[in-house]
Design a protein around this ligand. Structure first.
Ligand SMILES: *Cc1c(COP(=O)(O)O)cnc(C)c1O
Length: 384
């Protein structure tokens, strides 16, 4: 039954993108330019992301999922090759390995950070492993651990950095990588282009390969062909894909990049308000950012501990009755039918525990003080 608050207060969504006049202006500029597909605005957007990540190259594509697919191919993944990755991530992480023809080998997470545990990943390495694919989930992954592991075993390192634009590890921005880092610009992420992805890398050859792969492995870009003052006939030396980003979407991205610091500051402020409010709610564990790292709080993931007045699902129902949206923390790919059918029922105790106990609370720029207080009150009032 609905409680009185639902009748008086409008519902609070999980997230809401920040879109303003500059996004509209740049999209209109592209619409009027006559150049709609991957062109000059994509080049501008890539330069902004590369600068922010302090990476030599940024390659824009249609999503983080396609960014991961191409990164794994560029890293040399061949059919049957094993890629060690978390199951406890959005399903795109594991799907990208399958798209590349590889075999996702799931390793368990560190229960404190919800990220792939380097020790568990090390134990999953075999002589068929070619790449490590950690995800920066609630907080940055243990990059030092993964870089050492990749170096020791001669493996490629691809980072699923979908939620981590603007995060840092050991003073380095996420995206400055020994391998490749893949970002998402889906509306649920820190910044959005509607749909979109970007790969950052310092490797010139890898960047060149990614640019070919996203555009059917065509030897000349549309932009270069258009600008050439003589006939240019393209070649296709290998098979590629159509994973291009449109200039219309890149225009949104260019305007969004100017908001990054403001968005991050607001997300971190809101996260600190939750942290303080829940500090003495003994049954709720707030997200822990490892020393030396900063996070984006793209998702504010808390853990409902055993002994809580309500279990995780009932807490989500309780919030819903108060007009407050929430989500599970992070899913587990290995429990989904698509993976059970392929690999059988494997066990990852920490991933499964986190999958059952964690909850994502509303957090976005524009969440008002009274709205955030409603979320806090709905949780804190459960204290016994
Ligand atoms: C959102 C997300 C993805 C998928 O991003 P798309 O741009 O929607 O393809 C992949 N991995 C993680 C960890 C994500 O959070």
């Amino acid at each position: 039954m609905a409680e009185p608050t639902t009748l008086t207060a409008p519902p609070i969504p999980l997230t809401r993108p920040v879109i303003g006049a500059e996004e509209e202006r740049l999209v209109l500029e592209v619409l009027r330019s006559g150049w709609l597909t991957q062109g000059p605005m994509v080049v501008r957007f890539e330069a902004l992301v590369a600068e922010r990540a302090r990476a030599r190259h940024a390659v824009a594509v249609s999503s983080c999922t396609t960014a991961l697919h191409l990164s794994l191919l560029a890293a040399g993944v061949q059919p049957g090759d094993e890629v060690v990755c978390p199951s406890h991530s959005y399903i795109a992480t594991a799907n990208a390995v399958l798209h590349a023809g590889g075999v996702p080998v799931f390793a368990d997470i560190d229960p404190a950070t919800y990220n792939l545990d380097p020790a568990a990943a090390a134990a999953a390495i075999t002589d068929r492993t070619v790449a490590l694919l950690p995800a920066h989930q609630a907080v940055p992954a243990d990059l030092g651990g993964f870089e050492a592991l990749a170096a020791r075993h001669g493996l490629a390192l691809v980072e699923d950095a979908a939620p981590a634009l603007g995060a840092s590890y050991g003073g380095r921005p996420i995206g400055q990588t020994v391998g490749q880092a893949c970002f998402s610009f889906h509306p649920r992420k820190v910044l959005t282009t509607g749909e979109g992805g970007v790969i950052t890398t310092d490797d010139d050859a890898v960047a060149a390969k990614l640019r070919l792969l996203r555009h059917h492995h065509m030897s000349v870009s549309d932009l270069d062909r258009h600008r050439a003052d003589d006939l240019v006939f393209e070649r296709y030396d290998d098979m590629g894909f159509n994973y291009r980003m449109s200039d219309l979407l890149a225009a949104v991205g260019v305007a969004q990049m100017a908001r990054l610091d403001e968005v991050l500051a607001e997300r971190r402020r809101l996260a600190a308000v939750y942290d303080a409010a829940f500090a003495d709610v003994g049954w709720l564990a707030t997200p822990a950012c490892p020393a030396g790292s900063t996070h984006t709080y793209q998702s504010y993931i808390a853990r409902v501990l055993p002994g809580a007045p309500l279990g995780r699902d009932d807490l989500m129902r309780h919030l819903l009755r108060h007009g407050i949206a929430s989500r599970r923390g992070v899913m587990n790919a290995h429990l989904e039918p698509a993976y059970v059918r392929r690999f059988g029922r494997i066990e990852l105790p920490e991933s499964e525990r986190a999958g059952e106990q964690t909850i994502t609370l509303p957090l976005f720029p524009g969440l008002t003080e009274p709205e955030q207080q409603r979320v806090i009150d709905a949780i804190v009032s459960l204290r016994r």
